[in-house]
Design a protein. Structure first.
Length: 580
């Protein structure tokens, strides 16, 4: 009997037991040699569902998508060397968007490090400050009961820390000596270790501190309640926000990724702030003195600029975190969102609201909403903004549907044009680092747990992560992808570079023209492919796509970048002019 193999197997199996104790059920495995003990331990354990993906970068975003869906971390396994380095982009996003994830990397033993051994890099704290927790595991040589117990505790602790607010990624690094595999690795599983239970805590702010934060708000104070992107308990949050808006007489400006824009929206919700704030008269006469911000910073640049001089009270469920890039915060209230809002509402129960303030916002919002509907109805061109407005009207799923939206232009168009969604729709995006990489893989990770997903993504972002489509083919995942193709980097047309640089130089450096024919993805990855440039053909392609199995890709040939820029500007100007 190979005592070394037995020791390694029990050591790793104990770690796996610890992960299971702490709710981990999904495992994303990237094939490799050095990670064999980990791969075998997971694959032989029927308590886990394993996903085998070949590209570490894509696999990490897939695990991120798992975490976005469930708020439970997936175990993400790689071999040593640059395989582990390819996890970094997704780990950065997980950290900044507060998504739980457990990166488990195999490594060469300590004596191989820094001596020129192949496939060996410095993996100790390779993810730096982006990992909430890191453990460089001892190398198992002999069967030591305390070492196995230690391994189990590290597994449970890693998962617990990943799930604890603020949720995020953790990293465990295992060193394995040769032999990596022996006959003993095929032995029957031994009994699991005693079950571990780690309790969870909902943080509650001190009532006196909340009252202190609110004391300067008086009956005449004008303000706004801003709700940023996040995964909230929607029913609970809407109830608390409705009460707060009613007590204060302040509008609720809800980011689309807060998922408040539907028939169950809270009282006081204003959807069309992107247009209202572009009306100079409305903007100047409705500047808020105060702002209560729930969660993350909103997507809208206009909204962030509008509130930059307001006195802010920021609610955050993660003690010690700081979501105030404008350095303008007056008070931070740390605690569970629903608990914090309940305490605030109780503290304001005798407040006398200035209803005229809220009424002016709601009246303007109603005018803008009608203007958007009327204008979008008249547009026949394949305008990117109309795509989101059109989807908000026709997407009425009978069961819950997650819609993943790419960064750059798509998430901005979502904010401006997806004004009234369905209660069964949850909108998500990688808004931590706002990157355009890994979005396809993230959507596939969502699909793996949810069973269905709709992804709306730009052409450059789709190009970045086409290999993420392999997950659909390997695992029979169900996904509909709308690729908005304006033949380049449309977002840069809205930035100063576009007007300040000579056209030829701008196009070379920022236009990102590609002239790619995306129809080839069907040949490589299978599924169905449609190319559409008219609304009639779009509706034909989209009809039934969410119900049908497998992968469906709809390439939406949008207006060219210059025409798209002009259409956005004229649309905003037209609607903004009608709000007063």
């Amino acid at each position: 009997m190979d005592l070394h193999a037995v020791a390694v197997q029990k050591y790793v199996k104990s770690f796996v037991n610890g992960l299971y104790d702490a709710k981990v059920r999904e495992v994303v495995i990237c094939p490799g040699s050095r990670s064999t003990p980990l791969i075998l331990a997971f694959s032989k354990d029927e308590r886990f569902r394993t996903w085998i993906l070949y590209d570490e970068r894509s696999a990490a975003f897939f695990a991120l998508g798992n975490g976005k869906s469930s708020l439970i971390p997936s175990a993400l396994v790689s071999t040593s060397g640059t395989a582990a380095a390819n996890f970094l982009p997704a780990i950065v996003e997980a950290k900044l968007s507060r998504v739980p994830l457990i990166a488990i990397t195999a490594d060469r033993p300590p004596e191989s490090r820094d001596f020129g051994a192949p496939q060996t890099i410095d993996q100790v704290r390779i993810y730096g400050s982006y990992a909430k927790f890191f453990q460089d595991m001892p190398t198992a040589e002999h069967e030591v009961p305390s070492l196995s117990r230690y391994s189990q505790l590290v597994g449970a602790r890693a998962s617990y820390i990943a799930q604890t607010v603020p949720r995020g990624p953790v990293h465990v690094n295992f060193s394995f000596r040769e032999p990596i595999l022996s006959a003993e690795d095929l032995m029957a599983d031994f009994e699991s270790s005693p079950h571990l239970l780690i309790t969870r805590v909902r943080t509650t702010p001190e009532k006196k501190d909340v009252i202190e934060a609110l004391k300067e708000i008086n009956d005449g104070s004008k303000g706004a309640i801003v709700v940023g992107p996040g995964k909230y308990d929607r029913d609970q949050l809407c109830d608390k926000l409705s009460q707060l808006s009613g007590l204060l007489g302040w509008p609720i400006l809800g980011d689309p990724l807060a998922n408040l824009r539907n028939e169950k929206a809270p009282f006081g919700l204003v959807r069309c702030y992107e247009y209202l704030l572009r009306n100079k008269s409305f903007r100047e006469s409705n500047l808020p003195e105060w702002m209560i911000q729930v969660g993350s910073v909103p997507t809208s640049k206009e909204l962030n600029a509008f509130t930059e001089n307001a006195r802010k009270i920021i609610l955050d469920d993660a003690v010690g975190e700081w979501r105030d890039p404008g350095f303008s915060v007056c008070n931070m209230i740390y605690g569970d969102f629903e608990i914090s809002l309940s305490i605030i509402n109780e503290a304001l129960r005798n407040f006398r609201a200035q209803t005229e303030w809220l009424d002016s916002w709601r009246e303007a919002d109603d005018k803008a909403s009608k203007a958007v509907d009327q204008l979008m109805e008249r547009i026949d061109q394949p305008f990117e903004g109309k795509l989101f407005h059109h989807l908000s009207k026709i997407l009425k799923p009978s069961s819950p549907l997650t819609v993943v939206v790419g960064n750059s232009m798509p998430v901005r168009d979502l904010d401006a044009f997806f004004l009234d969604g369905d209660k069964n729709i949850e909108l998500v995006a990688n808004k931590g680092a706002n990157g355009i990489d890994g979005v396809v893989s993230t959507a596939m990770g969502v699909s793996a747990l949810e069973g269905n997903v709709l992804l709306i993504i730009g052409d450059i972002s789709f190009y970045h992560d086409m290999n993420g489509l392999l997950a659909s083919r390997l695992n029979d995942l169900k996904a509909t992808i709308i690729v908005v193709n304006n033949k380049g980097g449309g977002i840069f047309s809205f930035l100063p570079q576009h007007s300040l640089l000579p056209e030829q130089l701008y196009e070379k450096l920022f236009g990102m023209p590609h002239d790619l024919d995306f129809s080839g993805v069907k040949t490589i990855y299978g599924g169905k492919y449609y190319r559409v440039d008219k609304w009639e053909t779009f509706d034909q392609a989209f009809s039934g796509s969410l119900e049908s199995e497998g992968l469906k890709i709809i390439e939406f040939i949008a207006l060219d970048r210059e025409a798209n820029l002009d259409m956005h500007r004229s649309t905003f100007q037209d609607i903004a002019s009608r709000v007063m």
